[in-house]
Every structure is written in C-alpha cells, then in structure tokens.
Design a protein around this ligand. Structure first.
Ligand SMILES: Nc1nc2c(ncn2[C@@H]2O[C@H](COP(=O)(O)OP(=O)(O)OP(=O)(O)O)[C@@H](O)[C@H]2O)c(=O)[nH]1
Ligand SMILES: [Mg+2]
Length: 476
C-alpha cells in the first residue's frame, strides 16, 4: 500500500449499504452485495483508480457484531488513552466470536479515515448510538453517510441530528441512484475529514472530473460513429440468375435491417463499457424500450421526432418526406387495415421505420445484376437512433455497480412520455443537428463535414451532461 495516499474504511451496522456505496464510488461491479446481513466477512480494498493511477483507497469492512461489548470495554479504558482500536485488537485477538469486530477495527487501528454508513430510511436506535460512540472514542477522522435504502424520508431529520452530534460531516448519498455530481460531491466532502489529505483529494477530484469529461466526449464520439455507420450503410448482393431476384431482394432487405441493428448494438456495447459495466452482465430492465428491436412500431411510436418536428427536420435536411408523411398519417387515421393492400403495407412498414430504404438494381458488364439497398432515407431514423443511444447512456451511466443481489432494480424505467428525448428538442437544437445529418445523408467526406460533426458533438456533449445530472423521479 502507498502509505501516503488517504485510506477510508466504510464501517457501520451490517446491511446498511457499505459495500454498495464503495461499489458506486469506485464503479467496481465485482462488489458482492446482498439483502442478507453479514455478506462482507473480511475487509476488502477498493481503489479509486483513474487511468491506472490509484488516487484513494476504500476499505469495505464487515458490520459491527458486538457493539455493546466493544463500547463497554472502550469506556472502561483511561479516557486520555489513544489507539483504543489497536489495543482492543491486541487484547481480544484470540476470540473468534469477535472476528468481524476485530476485522472492522483493523483499518481504524492503522489510522484510516472512517465513513460511517447508515440506512436513513429506518429509525435510529440505541445500537446505532453505540456504534457512533465507538467511532468517536476511536478518534479517527470521520464522517457519517446517510444512505436511504428506501424512499421513506421521515427519519432523515432524526438521522441528521443524531449523526451531527458525533460527526462534524454528515452527507446524504443514495448508493443505487447517485448521479455523477453526487459522487463528485461525496468525494469533495472527504476533503474536509482531515486537512492533511486535502492535496490528495484535490488531485483525485481533478482526475475524476477529467475522466468524466473524457467519457462524455467518447460517448458523443460513439453516437456520431453509430449514426454515420447506420445512415450510410448499403448492403449489396450479386445475382447471376434472374429467377433468384425476388428471393434475393427479400434476403437483402433482411440483411440490411440486421446490419443496422448490429451497428446500433455495437455502439451501445461501447457506451456500456465506458461506464465500466464489465464483469457482470448488467441487463436492461425487462420493460426497457431498448429491449425492443430497432424496427418495431412501439420504438417508432414512442421515440424520435413528433410529426411537426419531422416535417421541420425534412425541410432542414432537404428531404421530401412531407407528402409521404401526410399520406401515411392520413392512412393511419383511417386505420391501416381498412386501406387497400398497397397503402396498408406501406403504412405498416412506415410505422416501424422499415420503409424508405431504396433498393437499386445495376446490370453488371460481366453478366448478372447487383442488387443494393440503402442508405436509409427516413429523416426520423437518426432521431430514433439518437433517442435509443441516449436511453442507453442514461441507463449505464447510473446503473449501480454491484452484483449478486437480485433485489437491486435496474435504473428506474421511465414512462413512455419521458422516453423520447428528441421529441422535446427545440427547432434551434434540430437546426444545430442538421448540417451533420445532412452531410451524412449526402455522403460528404469526413474532411468536409468535420466542422458540422464538431458542432453536433458539442451539442451531444451538452445533452449527455444534462442527462447525467437529471434526477429520475422516484416512483414510476
Ligand atoms: N434500494 C436501495 N437498496 C440499497 C441501497 N444501498 C444498499 N441497498 C441494499 O441493501 C442491502 C445491503 O447492501 P450492502 O451494500 O450489501 O450492505 P453492507 O452494509 O455492505 O452489508 P454487510 O456486508 O452485510 O454488512 C442490499 O440488498 C443492497 O442492494 C440503496 O441505496 N438503495
Ligand atoms: Mg458489505
């Protein structure tokens, strides 16, 4: 261990969320969390590591098992004496019944900072008071962290009052739903625990901020790349025998859609990795719209632009979707099943974004034909892809980094009205997207579309930062 780096031990009653808080702060998805008290049995070190450099160390400890016994012993000692944790460990080292308490006292005996974690959604009791008193008598630099496990805030005032009597720093933090800024604020508050550690924490905070900015930039880059690949993709197939043309067209269309889905999936995987969900397969909630494939009517109904925005975006992108859109919308208002076959099929395809990818046929000089499909020309596609990428970012940038606990919900799922983010974008914002999307649609090479891409990325970074900080409503 680098002894000069600050080390903080997370201590407290079993099952209050010590491991969860550390896992969230260090984004370590191998941390074992469980609804059964006593999951953590031995101390485990976690590093706050950025670009392979360790800035801080956190020690996860087992919960107090015999606080009354500890406190009685502590109280019997000379009030002037120091190093009580160390002496308690020496005196009781051969008592197996105390092994969890001895383990949790070990980092305190070495002078680590102490972060006392309590579940703020339950009332405080006499045992909590004993544990706070033990920490006070140990004398380590310390703070209290109130982690409300449930949405009940009726005990918060009581907790704040109680904790402020034993700790000069008390913070509220939700281990399962903390946003980036909340994590930053918690690290910031560790600065105040001990002045000697301040320079290390300042450095850690700078690295933490820079790392976050880099992730936002990289996410924006991934989304741009995803859009570029999806909006310019063309699938081709050579056919030598005319009788195979019909089946080849069907297969080509299937392959084309599969390719777009794959492009999107790869992009989302990269976003997930940027937010350090690696070890365990973090699943999307079953009700998440991202469980739906790209080309489904629910996706295209809930995500992407509104009708008026679509008309506006078509004009901005120089597309001629207006008449088609009117026709389709008219078709829908009559109910597609009462329409004639051709229009009904076209409307159904339009409703799930399957229309508007042109198929071309080219005669080859050496015989046979080349069939090609793409690029997709529907102006709604980039916005549906954008919405889905933003949902993916929102999910993985705030999903708790813990494993093994079936009770942990995935990030709260949002109601359909809250899903379509681009539908709330102003005309001004759409205008800022237009040059980049237009350049992609017209196949402008990278060097000439670079300024438009930069402008689009800046907009995306803004949107991502806003999303990262957005408080998701509690109950949905
Ligand atoms: N809803 C919710 N549940 C939480 C939160 N923090 C912890 N939990 C749950 O509380 C239980 C205990 O969490 P842990 O992080 O294992 O608690 P611990 O203090 O490390 O527990 P021990 O290792 O047993 O002492 C788990 O089921 C967690 O999912 C939270 O912020 N919100
Ligand atoms: Mg634990």
């Amino acid at each position: 261990m680098n002894r000069s780096l600050p080390v903080f031990a997370f201590v407290g009653h079993p099952n209050e969320g010590k491991t969860s808080v550390i896992a969230t702060l260090t984004e370590n998805d191998s941390a074992k969390v469980s609804p059964t008290p006593g999951e953590t049995k031995i101390n485990r070190r976690y590093s706050l590591c950025i670009d392979d450099q360790t800035f801080l160390t956190f020690i996860d400890t087992p919960g107090f098992q015999h606080p009354r016994r500890l406190l009685d012993w502590f109280r019997r000692q000379d009030p002037e004496s120091t190093e009580l944790a160390k002496r308690f460990r020496e005196v009781h080292r051969n008592e197996p019944a105390l092994r969890h308490d001895l383990e949790l006292l070990a980092p305190l005996a070495q002078g680590c900072g102490a972060v006392f974690v309590v579940d703020g959604s339950r009332p405080a009791n006499s045992v909590d008071k004993m544990e706070m008193e033990i920490l006070r008598l140990c004398g380590n630099p310390r703070m209290a962290l109130i982690n409300p496990k449930h949405a009940n805030d009726s005990f918060l005032a009581q907790w704040k009052h109680l904790c402020s009597q034993s700790f000069n720093l008390v913070r509220l933090f939700n281990a399962h739903q903390a946003t980036y800024l909340e994590r930053l604020a918690l690290l910031e508050s560790l600065k105040a625990i001990n002045q000697d550690w301040e320079p290390y924490l300042v450095e850690a905070l700078q690295a933490f901020r820079a790392d976050w900015d880099a992730r936002i930039r990289q996410t924006a880059g991934v989304v741009c790349e995803l859009l570029e690949k999806a909006l310019t993709h063309v699938e081709t197939r050579r056919i030598t025998r005319p009788e195979h043309e019909k089946s080849a067209r069907t297969k080509l269309t299937q392959d084309y859609r599969a390719a777009l889905k794959k492009i999107e999936k790869n992009g989302h995987k990269k976003i997930r990795r940027l937010f350090r969900h690696r070890v365990f397969n973090v699943e999307l909630p079953p009700q998440s719209l991202l469980q739906d494939q790209l080309f489904t009517s629910r996706t295209w109904r809930v995500l992407g632009l509104s009708k008026n925005q679509t008309i506006g975006a078509s004009a901005l992108l120089g597309a001629t979707v207006g008449a088609k859109l009117d026709l389709m919308t008219a078709g829908l208002s009559f109910g597609i099943f009462t329409l004639g076959g051709g229009l009904a099929t076209a409307t159904a395809a339009w409703m799930k974004g399957e229309a508007l990818a042109r198929t071309r046929l080219k005669r080859l000089s050496l015989g046979g034909v080349e069939l090609s499909i793409g690029p997709h020309t529907d102006v709604r596609l980039p916005f549906v892809l954008l919405d889905r990428s933003l949902l993916c970012f929102r999910h993985f940038s705030r999903q708790a980094h813990v494993c093994g606990d079936p009770t942990i919900p995935a990030t709260r799922s949002l109601s359909p009205e809250q899903l379509g983010l681009t539908a709330q974008w102003s005309r001004q914002r759409l205008k800022r997207c237009a040059p980049f999307l237009k350049a992609l649609r017209s196949g402008t090479p990278w060097d000439r579309r670079e300024p438009a891409e930069r402008q689009f990325k800046e907009l995306l970074e803004q949107v991502l930062n806003q999303l990262a900080e957005e408080k998701v409503p509690d109950e949905l």
